[in-house]
Write a protein that binds this ligand. Structure first.
Ligand SMILES: NC(=O)c1ccc[n+]([C@@H]2O[C@H](COP(=O)([O-])OP(=O)(O)OC[C@H]3O[C@@H](n4cnc5c(N)ncnc54)[C@H](OP(=O)(O)O)[C@@H]3O)[C@@H](O)[C@H]2O)c1
Length: 327
C-alpha cells in the first residue's frame, strides 16, 4: 500500500500520491463516466485516497462522479474540492485574466462561499468535505473574508480542513491568521519550478502541505504527448502550442532518457522527483485510465539519490519550459 504523508503539522494522513479528477471532464480528450468511476475506485484501491475535484470541473459533473465512486466507500476516501470559479452569468464575479488567453470569473464573497459549499456537498453525496479549497483568490474580496466564511463550514461540521489554491505567500499568511490552512495547491512540476523560491518556503515555515497540480505537466512530462487534437484544452497553454511544444520536446528529451536509465517510466520520475522535494508534498496526477493508476502509484517506490537529484537540477532547471504559465 502507498506510504502516507501528513498534511501540515497536525493534519490528517493521506496517501503520498493522490488522484486528480479534472481529466475526467474531457479537457484532455474524451472520457466515459463508467470508466471514470472505475478509475477513481482504482485510485482508492491503490491508496491514492486524496481525490481532488472542483465545482468548476465539468461545471459540477466532476463532483457527481466522485460522489458515485465513493458510494459505500466514503471512509476510504479523502475528498477534496474547490469553489470560486463562476460560470453562471447571473452570478456576480470578478474577471481574472490568465496567461493562457482566457479569463476566469471568481467570487470569494461570503454569501457565495456558503452557497457553493452546500451545492458541492449535494453533488458529492456526502455530509462532509475533507479538504475544501478556495480555487482562486477573488481580487475584489479580502482573502480574510473568504476564509472566515469558509471557516463557518468547519464550525458547522461540513468541512474538515481548509485549503487555498493559486495564492501568493502573502495571501497564505493572511488566510492562515484567520483559520489554519492545511494545504495549498499550486502548479509545481519539473516544467514549473518557480514556487521553490516564492511560495514553498512560506508553506514550510507555516507547516502547510503543498499539493502540486499538473504534477505531470498536464501530461507533457510523461513523454506521451507530442501533438494535440484541435479541441484539446491544452491548446490554450503556450507550452503545448506550435514552436513552444517543439522547443519543449527538445529541451525535456534528456529527462526521458534519464527515466529509462533509472528503469522507471517518465511519469514515475516526474512524480518521484516531486516526492523528494519535501515531506509535506502530495502530488495529484490525473489519468482517465485505470491501468495507469498502478504505474503512477509505484513512483513512491522510486528512490532518487543525491547525484540523481543534482543531475535533474542540471537537466531541468527553473524556467526551462518555453511558454507562459496559467498565472
Ligand atoms: N488548482 C488548480 O487551479 C488546478 C489546475 C489544474 C489542475 N488541478 C488539479 O490537478 C490535477 C492534475 O492535473 P492535470 O490533470 O492538469 O495534469 P497531470 O496530472 O499533470 O497530467 C494529466 C495527464 O497525464 C496523462 N497521464 C497520467 N498518467 C500517465 C502515465 N502514467 N503515462 C502517460 N500519461 C499519463 C493523462 O492522460 P490519460 O488520461 O490518457 O492517462 C492526462 O492527460 C487535476 O486533475 C486537478 O485535480 C488543479
Amino acid at each position: 500500500m502507498l506510504p502516507k504523508r501528513r498534511l501540515g503539522k497536525a493534519g490528517p494522513q493521506v496517501g503520498c500520491i493522490g488522484y486528480g479528477a479534472m481529466v475526467l471532464e474531457g479537457y484532455y480528450g474524451p472520457s466515459d463516466d463508467d470508466q471514470s468511476v472505475e478509475t477513481i475506485r482504482s485510485a482508492l484501491d491503490a491508496g491514492m485516497n486524496m481525490l481532488d475535484s472542483a465545482d468548476a470541473y465539468g461545471n459540477g459533473h466532476n463532483e457527481e462522479l466522485i460522489g458515485r465512486a465513493i458510494a459505500n466507500r466514503r471512509e476510504h476516501a479523502f475528498v477534496c474540492t474547490k469553489f470560486g470559479i463562476v460560470f453562471d452569468e447571473s452570478e456576480p464575479a470578478t474577471e481574472v485574466p490568465t496567461g493562457w488567453g482566457f479569463s476566469l470569473h471568481i467570487n470569494g464573497k461570503p454569501a457565495y462561499v456558503r452557497k457553493a459549499l452546500d451545492a458541492s456537498l449535494r453533488r458529492l453525496h456526502t455530509d462532509v468535505i475533507d479538504l475544501w479549497y478556495a480555487h482562486y483568490p477573488d481580487p475584489s474580496t479580502p482573502i480574510e473574508d473568504t476564509v472566515d466564511a469558509m471557516a463557518e463550514g468547519v464550525a458547522a461540521g461540513k468541512v474538515r480542513y481548509l485549503g487555498l489554491s493559486n495564492v501568493t505567500a502573502d495571501q497564505v499568511r493572511r488566510a492562515h491568521s484567520v483559520h489554519p490552512v492545511a494545504a495549498v495547491q499550486y502548479e509545481y512540476s519539473l516544467w514549473r519550478r518557480e514556487i521553490e523560491t516564492t511560495l514553498l518556503p512560506t508553506l514550510n515555515e507555516l507547516g502547510i502541505a503543498l499539493v502540486p497540480w499538473s504534477p505531470l505537466g498536464g501530461g507533457f512530462l510523461t513523454g506521451t504527448v507530442t501533438q494535440l487534437e484541435k479541441d484539446d484544452f491544452r491548446q490554450n497553454n503556450p507550452k503545448y502550442a506550435g514552436e513552444g511544444l517543439t522547443a519543449n520536446l527538445d529541451r525535456f528529451a534528456p529527462l526521458l532518457d534519464l527515466a529509462r536509465q533509472l528503469g522507471a517510466t517518465p511519469s514515475q520520475l516526474a512524480l518521484a522527483w516531486l516526492l523528494h522535494q519535501g515531506e509535506a508534498i502530495v502530488p495529484i496526477p490525473g489519468t482517465r485510465r485505470p491501468e495507469r493508476i498502478d504505474e503512477n502509484a509505484k513512483a513512491a517506490d522510486l528512490a532518487l539519490d543525491s547525484d540523481t537529484l543534482i543531475q535533474i537540477d542540471r537537466l531541468a532547471p527553473v524556467g526551462l519550459a518555453e511558454g507562459a504559465t496559467l498565472l
